[in-house]
Design a protein around this ligand. Sequence first.
Ligand code: XMP
Length: 507
Amino acid sequence: MDKIVVLDFGSQYSHLICRRIREFSVYAELVPYDISSEDLQKHSPKGVIFSGGPSSVYDSKAPIPDDGIFNLNLPLLGICYGHQIIVNKFGGKVKRANKEYGSSLLTIDSDEDLLNGVGESVRAWMSHGDEAEVIPPGFQVIGHTESAKAAAICSKEKSIFGIQFHPEVVHTEQGTEILKNFVLKVCGAQQDWTMKGFIESEVEKLSKIDGDVLCGVSGGIDSTVTALLIHKAIGDRLKCVFVNNGLLRLNEEKEIEEMFKNNFKLNFTSIDASNVFLSKLKGEEDPERKRKIVGEEFISVFTKFAENSGPFKWLAQGTLYPDVIESGVSKGPAAVIKSHHNVGGLPDWLNLKILEPLRELYKDEVREIAKILEVPEKLFMRHPFPGPGLAVRIIGEVTPKKLQICKLASKIVEDELMEANLYKDVWQAYAALGDDKAVGVVGDERKYGNIVMIRVVDSIDAMTADWTRLPHGLLEKMSNRITNEIEDVTWVTYTISSKPPATIEPQ
Ligand code: XMP
């Protein structure tokens, strides 16, 4: 398989370069900027890209690549900071300039190679401080903007290109074309990265492992695809365990069992631990404590199963590529953004080796595999669901009654959105409730009942979210059904707080 290696100099867009390239079926991998030329060679790349980054080549601690990389005679594309590294390295001059953010008009001066077929000018996304003032000998300017005279340069002889703008962000018109020109035309990479091919090679790799594999499944797409891939390779040496914590969506545990046992025919155990979870949560009102209890209890149930049903050699996890990057494993100067993912680290309480067949993949690639493996669409179209389940959607103590109301009301919200063909358009949709009560009239009687909060949000990455402007008629229908069909609910409210300052989940 042909590969493009992207050196990560810490830009927030670094991983987008890989995504864009993979979208046109060439495998691209992000590696730390300080990879040695020997290690880089082990990847057998068809070409190398230097990402952007927050540094200036004049910083005393500016990240610089191993000099040996320039002697490998590989096609090279530098983006933003990567462009400045190239200018600096080959004898040009980088100057400190006014910061430039946003879109600029890039005029194409030479439409061969990199900028072939993109037109006379395009809008290009800039985000930089320094810029190239003098280009290195042997290089030529192939594109400029009003403020950056050397916004795109190349040395045809060396197959080295530098661009000041970011082709990987959607705001750059023809950005994908520019990356395609580099990857397909300059590097000559084959478009052989397909999910069918990935399944074949991964199953082949997995079939060589010895010993039994334990996989915790949640019914979510990542753990499901992980289990299916491993099962394809080693059959019943894979044991899947599902812990029903009693905090799932209505009938979810039954659907999961049906899918794994009857559809997929995996070696599957469902543990109904709902009573234990609920008794541990009894009386607990503090949100963080509730999360902790759910997490700890899960580990306890899971460990018991592992100890009693083994011996296992491997623990399978549905870690994805963004988790790997976020956990700082890529060692780019972007530093560690989150440390909560269990990436690359062994849970020492089990002494198992970690198996992560999806760790090279993005979510959309996992969805594609799910389709190929005939995972029911319902599963991979389902909205994200928090690990601690309904414990974070029930404000205050989790009681069986509040749980039941939360499950039934959420089902109504989901069903009505599906009926209105809006389910796929929103990020998350559910009902939450706390202990507040409000007066209603049921029949001829006054009733002091529960208040249900409907929460529907739009988002692209859960970092920020906006409340969804649902049609009033739809909200009315949801509200009517909730008060009519669920005993003890008298009021229904719609949450209109965005994130920030609110969060998506109430706890
Ligand atoms: P918040 O409430 O922080 O949620 O805006 C952002 C996204 O994360 C999900 N979420 C969780 N997912 N474990 C998870 O696996 C958790 O503890 C957790 N808490 C929140 C939430 O549903 C939303 O998609």
